[in-house]
Each structure stands twice: as structure tokens, then as C-alpha cells.
Design a protein around this ligand. Structure first.
Ligand SMILES: Nc1nc2c(ncn2[C@@H]2O[C@H](COP(=O)(O)OP(=O)(O)O)[C@@H](O)[C@H]2O)c(=O)[nH]1
Ligand SMILES: [Mg+2]
Length: 705
């Protein structure tokens, strides 16, 4: 049942690349994948007989292994100090999470503890947290990676301050559910246990934990432990697996230590993706790079690890000092840290007072905490129990992505008073008077990605966004947003400019640009009878914001494609034309051209031509520019205008001249030119490859044959 992955070994050459681990297979196959390894373990005896079978030993034998990947679910403990959290984890898994000498001595949890339990197809990971009120920040770091919470309440004390605070934390982190262990029932009468159960149900009623199973247990006598284990497995079965495909491997660091001979090791609960031994990772917020030397999950050496596991990573080329709790290990990609994060905020009803812009707070995100300030609030001041969108300035940079959870605490007196979900980690600071618009930010759920992406593209205006930029901001690999972008393209919400890679711009923005460009073109050509058009770069340069200037040529192409304008010789002209010309302008152009053709080398200046034709000087100048751009007039030495036909005729005569070379004097005489005109005319002949200069003489270039 549930064939989730099909592994086909047909491409392996069985003689040197057997898919079984070295110890187990005579062929010396190697496999790194945990799930596959487990699956193969089960079928091991069967496989061994196959290994001995001659069919199997043949290269190219095609055989397929079906297996159900292992599920990983992380449980985190929560609850007041001394209520029996660590005792319970030990009763469930056999692991004593209080491993530090100081913890053993004092009998309290100071740092996070980790344990695991394998049940059928599911692997339960446990993060045991301290309950001390001064260690809530450690609790938050531990709780940041969990799927489900095990709230522990001692029957003899009932609901206590950190029962409430831890519940607030897991609720604000969006932990969808869990279970309650009612401990120390060996110390109480059944009636009193009943009463505390009631108290707990009341506490949970207004939260997402309403109705979760409450299991009475004793860590002392073992009563209820097997029932609790059953509940933990059942609850875990309902958890949606973490995203592996399309997401980079990402792990917040909750512990760092160094091992002699191995170097630096970091541990954490992996949030997304997969990681292999030998791959490179980046460590944020400092953005350093290291290579994965070895991977461990609860003491087992592994080749590959996946989201949801408790992973210890041995990093090569990294000193112990360069990484600390709160850092993030992530697969390389276009990720960038932020110091201004936009979040959907919820102020607890129990918050000591309203929240306002300028308030100093402490932000806990993943395993990190930084001091911060509330910069913008969509509704202010925000009353306890209400929600708003906020922009928060972080004192130190953090790597955050939409959907990440934040827990907010006040520095003094310390208390957990609010939580937030990251909506955007790279939105610019809102102007105070626009703060109310913050509430209209789109959701970050996967099914809302098209809307989210189009809002990002829209906000960029004509500068647009590349897939890489969007993927980096969302925390996914580029392939993961192809589908939502494809949908936006199909629905013509966005358009792709043919840059390499493509830049996406809102269709509406391009349409507006087209209207503007049409109007601008009309405006600039108005009153001109003849124009060769407006230099294209200059034209779009005026229409585009500075941020979009690098895309100028792509917008020109786009506008041409839409029939807004025509491009001719690097100039913008009205659509369907090669130039701009009124009827009168056209007639005058013909006259000007005829004048120059007939004048030969004795050509008039534009002023003389205007005089002669009784036309406005500016118009004749425009026509001359137009004719020059169209190569019907040649401008010599920047001043003399000679008709192109006259020049071409001269070139023909030079080629037919019965000499091999000539001096400037010969040339002047031959064509009856002044020296002022002869020199630029010769230069023109050189540029046209009719002649070539040798000292003071010109040699005539004659085509062979
Ligand atoms: N009688 C009794 N004592 C318990 C039980 N669970 C834990 N304890 C004791 O309560 C104390 C605190 O337990 P611990 O697990 O360290 O609590 P934590 O601070 O929540 O992790 C220890 O001395 C435990 O032996 C229980 O079910 N019954
Ligand atoms: Mg403890």
C-alpha cells in the first residue's frame, strides 16, 4: 500500500554499483538514503537470496523496490518547571535529556534535550525544553521547530505561570495541536485528578488545542505511559509532512559543539528539504559557506537527511566560533537577510497593555532572538487581543521567509505578549500615512502564491522581477514557482520581457506605458512637418523610472510589438511608418532634395535653401536632418551638405580614373573643388573604401575582376 516512491535500479551496473550497503551485499552496493535503507533492511533476507540468484548477478537486471518513506514528526514538551517533562521523555524513549552535569546535579533542565522513538512507519523526535521562567527564550528556541506540543501539567500543582506562557508560545508559533500529559497522578486522588483535568480543558478551550487528548500518567509508576505513546503516534499520523521538494534544506541551529578530530558540529530540527554528505551549505546571518562532512540523526551516521529530522551536521572548514545558536544552515540559493520584516501580528488578550509604533521588543524567530522595534502598525495603538499588520525593525539581520513564525516578548518585565507570521521579509519601509494599506497584503499560503507573486511584481513597477529574485524572497527553488507564474502568464496578469533570464512585469503596467508612449510620441512630433523620429534611448529613457532603465531596449521591443511605435534606424517613429511627415512636409522634402541634387558640390546651406524655397528655417533644418539620417544627404566635415547621388557619382568617376594614385591637388582640379571641400570629400572616399591614403597621396582601390 501507499507506494510513494519507485526506485528503479535499471541504470545501475550491478557489478560495481549495487544499491545495498557494503556490509550487506556481496556486490558492494552503497546506499545513502535512510528510507531506502530501512526498506531494504526489511527485505534483507529476501534480497540476499536474490543476490545469490544468477539473474540478479547479471548486469542490467531490472528490478524495482517499492517503499513507503519514513515519516518524521517532532514533538516538543511544554509546561511549568518540575511538572515531569524530562521524566516523561525518558519514560517514553529511554533517553535522559538532562545530560549536562549541572542539570543532573540540580535536577532541572537548563538546555534543550533531544530524544527519539521509532513506531512502525513513523519516527517521533522529541525536543525537551526547560520550564524555568528565566529560560523561556530557550524554550522558544526549542519549540520553533516542532510539529506538535506535549503540554505537561502536574496533577499536584495544576495550571501554573509557565503552563500558560508555554501554551501562548506554541499557540503563537502556529503549532497546530498536540496532547496533554497530566503527570504525577500517583500523588493524587482520582477526584483531584478529575478537577485538574477540568482546569486544563478550560485553559485550552479558546485555543487550537481545545479537545486534544488529556492523558493521566505517572512517570514514577509507569501508569498511562503506553496509552500516552499510543496517543502521540496517533496525533503524529495526522501531521502534514514538511516540504522536501522545491525547498532548500534549512535548519535553525540550536546547539553547537566541537568534537576532537571532527571539528564543528551543529544540531537542529530540519525545517525543509534534503541534505547530502559532501554538499555545500551556507550559514546565515553571516553568510559563510561550509561543506557537510558527516550527518548524524540520533547517533546514526547518514548519507542523506530530510526535513523533520533531528540532524547533527559536521561542517568542514568552519571554526566553532563562527556559528552559534540561532544561526541557520541552508542550501545555497539567492537568499538574503533582512532587518525589516513585515508580519501579521496577534497581541495576546493577556498582554499587559497596548502595542504602539516605537515600542522596543524582543523578537524570537526559529532558534534566534534579537532586539527590535515596532516601526509601523496598520492599526495603532493595538489593543490586547487584537490583530494587525506590522513592520518590525530588527537590530541584527535575520534570514526570514514568508510563513516563518515570530514570538514577541517585552524586555522588562520579560513576558511573551504577541506573535506574528512573516508576510514579507523584503518589503520596503511603509510611509507612516500608508500604514493602513499594510492590512491588504496577500496571504503567504502556497495556494495564494499567484496572488503573492503578482503583488511583488506589481510593487516593482516597470523594473519587474526575475524568477530568481522571487524564489529567493519566498525561500524556494526556482522550479517551485514555475506553475504559479505560468498561471499568471496564461491569465495575462503578467508579461515576460525577453531578458535573459526573463523579467516579469504586470501587463497593466506595460499597457499604461504604451498609452503614455503613444501620447509622448504625438507630443514630441507635434508641430514638426518632417522628422526622422526621436532617438529611441532618449525616448524611453524619459518614460521609464530609473530602476527600469536597464530594460529600456526590451520595453522598446515590447512597445513595437504592441504597435505603439515603430523603430527605424535607432529612432522612434509613429507606428507603420519609417518617419514622421505631414503632407506639406512631404512636398517640401521633395523640393529640398531636388535642390541639393541639382546643386552638386555647389550646395546651399539650410538657411540658403530655406530662403530659396521660402520655407521656415527650422523645418528645412529638420528635413536636412531627416535626409541625412536616411542617407540621402551626406554631411561633410560636419557642415557641407551634399546629395548622396552627387557623392556616388564622384566615387564612380574616381574608380574610372586612369591613374593608380593621385595627390590632393590632382583631385581638386579633377572635380573643381575648393580645398575646404576636397579634404572631407577624400575622407569620405576613404571611408567608403574607394580610396586609401598613402602619405600625401590616395591610391584607388579597384575591385578585382
Ligand atoms: N511522584 C512523581 N514524581 C514525578 C513524576 N514525574 C516526575 N516526577 C519528579 O518530579 C521532579 C521533576 O521532574 P522533571 O521531569 O525533571 O520535571 P521537568 O522540570 O518538567 O522536566 C523529579 O524529581 C521527578 O522525579 C510522577 O509522575 N510522579
Ligand atoms: Mg526538565
Amino acid at each position: 500500500m501507499l507506494v510513494q516512491e519507485k526506485v528503479d535500479f535499471s541504470s545501475h551496473d550491478l557489478n560495481d554499483d549495487c544499491p545495498l550497503t557494503t556490509e550487506r551485499c556481496p556486490h558492494g552496493f552503497e546506499v545513502g538514503h535512510r528510507d531506502l535503507e530501512l526498506c531494504l533492511k526489511r527485505f534483507f533476507s529476501h534480497l540476499r537470496s536474490l543476490c545469490e540468484h544468477e539473474d540478479f548477478a547479471k548486469p542490467q537486471t531490472r528490478w524495482t523496490v517499492y517503499h513507503e518513506p519514513m515519516r518524521h514528526v517532532v514533538w516538543g514538551t511544554a509546561g511549568h518547571i518540575d511538572h515531569g517533562k524530562t521524566t516523561l521523555v525518558k519514560a517514553l524513549t529511554g533517553t535522559d535529556c538532562d545530560r549536562l552535569p549541572e542539570e543532573r546535579e540540580r535536577g532541572i533542565t537548563i538546555d534543550l534535550g533531544f530524544a527519539q522513538l521509532s513506531e512502525d512507519e513513523i519516527q517521533l523526535h522529541f525536543v525537551d525544553v526547560p520550564g524555568h521562567e528565566r529560560l523561556v527564550h530557550t524554550m522558544i528556541a526549542g519549540a520553533s521547530g516542532i510539529d506538535l506540543a506535549l503540554l505537561v501539567v502536574a496533577a499536584d500543582e495544576g495550571v501554573m505561570p509557565q503552563t500558560r506562557e508555554h501554551l501562548d508560545v506554541i499557540r503563537l508559533m502556529g503549532v497546530p495541536g498536540g496532547a496533554v500529559a497530566l503527570t504525577k497522578i500517583d500523588l493524587m486522588d482520582d477526584d483531584l485528578v478529575e478537577l485538574v483535568t477540568e482546569e486544563i480543558r478550560e485553559l485550552l478551550a479558546p485555543t487550537a488545542f481545545a479537545g486534544v487528548p488529556v492523558v493521566p500518567v505517572s512517570g514514577q509508576t509507569g501508569t498511562g505511559i503506553s496509552e500516552l505513546r499510543r496517543v502521540l503516534v496517533k496525533q503524529a499520523g495526522g501531521i502534514r509532512p514538511r516540504q522536501v521538494e522545491g525547498r532548500p534544506f534549512r535548519e535553525p541551529v540550536d546547539r553547537v559543539f566541537s568534537l576532537t578530530g571532527a571539528g564543528t558540529v551543529v544540531t537542529g530540527t530540519s525545517l525543509w528539504g534534503k541534505l547530502e554528505v559532501g554538499s555545500d551549505v551556507r550559514i546565515f546571518p553571516h553568510d559563510t559557506t561550509a561543506r557537510v562532512r558527516r550527518l548524524h540523526v540520533h547517533g546514526d551516521e547518514r548519507g542523506v537527511v530530510e526535513a523533520g529530522e533531528r540532524v547533527a551536521i559536521n561542517l568542514a572548514g568552519l571554526s566553532r566560533e563562527t556559528v552559534s545558536r540561532g544561526d541557520q544552515i541552508i542550501a545555497p540559493g539567492p537568499w538574503e537577510v533582512t532587518q525589516l520584516v513585515t508580519v501579521g501580528l496577534e497581541l495576546l488578550a493577556t498582554a499587559p497593555g497596548p502595542l504602539d509604533e516605537g515600542d522596543e521588543i524582543e523578537v524570537h524567530a526559529l532558534a534566534a532572538r534579537v532586539s527590535a522595534r515596532v516601526d509601523r502598525l496598520s492599526a495603532r495603538p493595538l489593543a490586547p487581543g487584537s490583530r494587525a499588520t506590522a513592520q518590525i525593525s530588527l537590530r541584527q539581520p535575520m534570514l526570514l521567509f514568508p510563513g516563518d513564525r515570530l514570538v514577541l516578548r517585552r524586555p522588562s518585565p520579560v513576558n511573551t505578549f504577541a506573535g506574528g507570521r512573516v508576510l514579507d521579509a523584503h518589503l520596503r519601509r511603509w510611509r507612516r500615512r500608508d500604514s493602513a494599506a499594510l492590512v491588504r497584503l496577500p496571504d503567504v499560503q502556497k495556494n495564494a502564491w499567484p496572488e503573492l507573486l503578482s503583488s511583488w511584481i506589481d510593487r516593482q513597477g516597470l523594473a519587474g522581477l526575475t524568477v530568481l529574485a522571487m524564489a529567493g524572497r519566498l525561500g524556494v527553488f526556482e522550479g517551485a514557482i514555475e506553475a504559479p507564474l505560468g498561471r499568471l502568464l496564461e491569465e495575462r496578469v503578467i508579461e515576460a520581457l525577453s531578458t535573459e533570464p526573463p523579467t516579469f512585469v504586470m501587463t497593466g503596467r506595460i499597457a499604461d506605458l504604451a498609452v503614455e508612449a503613444g501620447e509622448e510620441l504625438q507630443r514630441r512630433l507635434a508641430g514638426q512637418e518632417v522628422s526622422a523620429g526621436i532617438p529611441a534611448r532618449d525616448f524611453v529613457g524619459q518614460l521609464l523610472p530609473r530602476s527600469a532603465l536597464p530594460l529600456a531596449e526590451f520595453f522598446l521591443e515590447e512597445l513595437r510589438g504592441r504597435g505603439t511605435l515603430e523603430l527605424s534606424e535607432g529612432r522612434v517613429v509613429p507606428p507603420g511608418k519609417e518617419s514622421h511627415m505631414t503632407a506639406a512636409g512631404e512636398a517640401l522634402t521633395r523640393k529640398v532634395e531636388a535642390l541639393y541634387r541639382n546643386a552638386g558640390f555647389d550646395a546651399p546651406s539650410p538657411a540658403e535653401a530655406a530662403d530659396h524655397l521660402q520655407a521656415r528655417l527650422a523645418t528645412v533644418e529638420g528635413i536636412c536632418r531627416y535626409l541625412t539620417q536616411r542617407h540621402r544627404l551626406v554631411r561633410l566635415d560636419g557642415r557641407f551638405l551634399i546629395h548622396r547621388a552627387v557623392m556616388d557619382d564622384m566615387a564612380r568617376q574616381v574608380r574610372a580614373w586612369e591613374v593608380d594614385d593621385f595627390a590632393v591637388g590632382d583631385f581638386k582640379g579633377r572635380f573643381d573643388l575648393t580645398r575646404k571641400l576636397a579634404i572631407p570629400a577624400l575622407e569620405w572616399l576613404d571611408s567608403e573604401r574607394v580610396t586609401v591614403r598613402h602619405g600625401n597621396r590616395r591610391k584607388i582601390i579597384r575591385r578585382k575582376g
